[in-house]
Design a protein around this ligand. Structure first.
Ligand code: HEM
Ligand SMILES: *[C@@H]1O[C@H](CO)[C@@H](O)[C@H](O)[C@H]1NC(C)=O
Ligand SMILES: *[C@@H]1O[C@H](CO)[C@@H](O)[C@H](O)[C@H]1NC(C)=O
Ligand SMILES: *[C@@H]1O[C@H](CO)[C@@H](O)[C@H](O)[C@H]1NC(C)=O
Ligand SMILES: *[C@@H]1O[C@H](CO)[C@@H](O)[C@H](O)[C@H]1NC(C)=O
Ligand SMILES: *[C@@H]1O[C@H](CO)[C@@H](O)[C@H](O)[C@H]1NC(C)=O
Length: 358
């Protein structure tokens, strides 16, 4: 499609605005998001008047946490993925009673979201409430945290569209399982599945690059060791994994990226080219002819990977968002306001005090 005469100045003006908000040093990378369509109701300056410091408050808190434990960045990035794939980016992943919520997560071992990730979101909720009142949604807190996890681990910077609202619907176990691909999936299954979410082959390969940080449990990859060894896995790598996981469900974990486990870079793709991807869902991206060239291009060009990753994250981050007057802003990210005992008792007190005034 040829750009209309007015589209170019408009895009430049938008970029200028973005640069203005982020500061010049971060301007170049923010341009990565320049071509992405914004879902109706989302905006890059959503909290400009209601909570102007929202993004810096989130970033400073996370910066402190990551200094002690950079592993938490992986937990937060994965939380955003699970949130967006199951019912859309509506913070349903945080609800007590959802299949992957803070109390239920242990019930589905293969979901294995980090308990600390839920706590960090609660801490951010409290910090933002203290500074601005209850105006920033939990879904936006998750989205900002994912962006900062990428950036503070060495990955690209990008402007996050904001204005998501928190959902009222729990995600049941069947819905959760049906919407998260298993690590035993091959590229065919993944391509077909991601297409149902409007994500193409490049998006699939780029998003899988999220596995450049973080850890996985034996149960997520021992399908490649027992009963027979996956021929697409490097022998030496397989031996080291067999030591970590002497049985199929040893409770141990190992890093997803053996080269630079805590750094957000393109080494994940170098691993795949060297047959050192951890999950079937990772390695098969190199085996399958439809995704192989994308893998090799990212392995040799970090800038290209960052650009495609940001593009795909912006798409994923806007899946089925609730905006405007839909949903709510939760006072406590793990409970709906209508189930929040604290809010209910406050409302009752309010009624009582009004009754006394009469
Ligand atoms: C394409 C399909 C995907 C599959 C099949 C998949 C599967 C998995 C599995 C099985 C684990 C390890 C769980 C465990 O054993 O503890 C994991 C971890 C992780 N995933 Fe994915 N994932 C996918 C996509 C994504 C996406 C899109 C992102 C983010 C952009 C992502 C980010 C992560 C991160 C950061 C971790 C490490 C979490 C931690 O250390 O706590 N994954 N993934
Ligand atoms: C999941 O289960 C609920 C009831 O527990 C049912 O209403 C819903 O249709 C199921 N959804 C899928 C995708 O199976
Ligand atoms: C989780 O494990 C169950 C049972 O072992 C399996 O049916 C399901 O496909 C797995 N899901 C994911 C997301 O790994
Ligand atoms: C991918 O996995 C699906 C489901 O297990 C299977 O039916 C299909 O044959 C596999 N495709 C390839 C190319 O291995
Ligand atoms: C290993 O996993 C299998 C199948 O999920 C289960 O039946 C078995 O009890 C597990 N073994 C241990 C030691 O946890
Ligand atoms: C949020 O709700 C959960 C579940 O009811 C509760 O355990 C937690 O203490 C609440 N957090 C705050 C800050 O009130």
């Amino acid at each position: 499609m040829a750009a209309t005469p007015s589209a170019i100045p408009l895009a430049l003006a938008a970029l200028f605005l973005l640069c203005f908000h982020l500061g010049v040093s971060e301007c170049k990378d923010a341009a990565y998001g320049g071509h992405t369509h914004l879902a109706h109701g989302l905006s890059l300056s959503f909290y400009e008047s209601t909570c102007p410091d929202a993004q810096s408050l989130v970033r400073e808190h996370l910066r402190k946490i990551f200094l002690d434990d950079i592993g938490q960045a992986a937990g937060l990035l994965r939380l955003h993925f699970h949130d967006c794939f199951v019912q859309g980016c509506d913070a349903s992943v945080l609800l007590h009673g959802s299949a992957s919520g803070p109390s239920e997560q242990q019930d589905i071992p293969n979901l294995t979201l980090r308990a600390r990730a839920f706590q960090i979101i609660d801490e951010l909720r409290e910090i933002l409430d203290r500074h601005c009142g209850n105006v920033v949604s939990c879904a936006d807190i998750v989205a900002m945290s994912a962006r900062d996890s990428v950036y503070l681990s060495g990955g690209p910077e990008y402007a996050v569209p904001l204005g998501r609202r928190d959902g009222l619907t729990f995600a049941s176990p069947n819905v959760t399982l049906a919407n998260l691909p298993a690590p035993t999936s091959n590229a065919s299954v993944l391509l077909t599945f991601l297409a149902t979410k409007g994500l193409d082959a490049t998006d699939l390969v780029a998003l899988s690059g999220g596995h450049t940080i973080g850890r996985g449990h034996c149960a997520s990859f021992t399908n490649r060791l027992y009963p027979t060894q996956d021929p697409t896995m490097d022998e030496t790598f397989a031996e080291s994994l067999t030591e970590i996981c002497p049985t199929a469900n040893t409770s141990a974990t190992t890093m997803l990226d053996i080269r630079t486990p805590d750094e957000f870079d393109n080494k994940y793709y170098v691993n795949l080219v060297n047959r050192e991807g951890l999950f079937t869902s990772d390695q098969d991206l190199y085996t399958d002819s439809r995704t192989r060239e994308i893998v090799t291009s990212f392995a040799s060009d970090r800038t290209l990977f960052f650009e495609k990753f940001v593009h795909a994250m912006l798409k994923m981050g806007q899946l089925n968002v609730l905006t405007g007057t839909k949903g709510e802003i939760r006072a406590n990210c793990s409970v709906r306001n209508s189930d929040n005992v604290h809010l209910i008792s406050l409302a009752e007190e309010d009624l009582e005090s009004r009754a006394e005034l009469r």
